[in-house]
Design a protein around this ligand. Sequence first.
Ligand SMILES: Nc1ncnc2c1ncn2[C@@H]1O[C@H](COP(=O)(O)OP(=O)(O)O)[C@@H](O)[C@H]1O
Ligand SMILES: [Mg+2]
Length: 360
Amino acid sequence: MTLIRLSGVSKTFPPATKNDRPVVAVDDVDLDIAAGEVVGIVGYSGAGKSTVLRLLNALETPSSGSVEIDGRDITSLRERDLRTLRGDIGMIFQQFNLFESRTVEKNVAYPLEIAGRPKAEIASRVKELLSFVGLSDKAKNHPEQLSGGQKQRVGIARALATSPRILLADEATSALDPDTTQEVLALLGRVNQELGVTIVVITHEMDVIRTLADRVVVMEAGRIIEQGTVFDVLSAPRHAATRRFVSSIIEDVPQGDQLAALQTRHPGRIVTFTIRDGDVTQADVFATLSRHGVRFELIHGGINDIRGRVFGHLTLALTGEPDAVSQAIIEAAAHAPLVEETLVEKKEETLVEKKEDHRG
Ligand SMILES: Nc1ncnc2c1ncn2[C@@H]1O[C@H](COP(=O)(O)OP(=O)(O)O)[C@@H](O)[C@H]1O
Ligand SMILES: [Mg+2]
């Protein structure tokens, strides 16, 4: 079931001064998000990610196009309906945005107080939420006494207070160290799995997408340039910007200087196999090499777990009887169509040149 639908959405901000041009922050975006999904939006700074999130909870109104939540256009809601909508959409931020003067429990209680819920109900709900995020023992503390990860867990508890169906996360882990990031991502995973909350995370970190998201949307200059399941996009990125993001977490096929360095350090032919769960397994490749008596050493790359599926580039140095090596490569290539062998030819060329040098 489609829970969120953006159709032809653009957002243009007026120029800051008379001499500036208007800023097209979001440019003709179509996006459907199903109930229960975790969708990651990735892009560089200024790509329009935050504006998309703000359009989703009606903090911004589109210049054109429509934003529907649960089949309802939210672009022209009245004040009362707007409040109901916001109760259905929680949000967390990079800088946590906690009230420093309030205790942890009072921070979490805040949205319920605004909604005018009875005191007893608020107290029990806050207790439940703090237990869910693992901060029951910090109820009476103030935010300044907490670590960054703990502050974000308070942010999550507060965002969930009104039992929203949707949680929006704007760079929610960007201010955290890697361990704390994993801890917060695991909590967000539970929010999705255990509470069934639909989550939209925006980030410039591909690792957040790999860990948490089912689907990824790549934005550049206000537009969606690529989208798909996390496995498909990470294992076969099409757009140059997407490839740059992916290469930050998945070792690429070595080229240029990197390849040259590998060639000076390792004897034999250097070949990269692209291992893709479902198509090509490591076992297929290794068995073929072994059958031909080829020795192989992993010299670059590795295997990645993407949402439980395997993907990676394995760069191997192959040594053995030259004909056996050639035959093994041909065979491996036959049942592993994604073998990269471009590197080898160059090396042979250099060898030929050298021979000619000797003659001359
Ligand atoms: N309220 C605003 N007024 C004017 N320009 C804005 C406003 N909000 C965002 N922008 C501009 O819109 C573009 C997209 O911004 P934003 O959505 O924050 O991108 P991201 O979150 O991907 O970094 C940027 O050029 C930004 O400067
Ligand atoms: Mg932003």
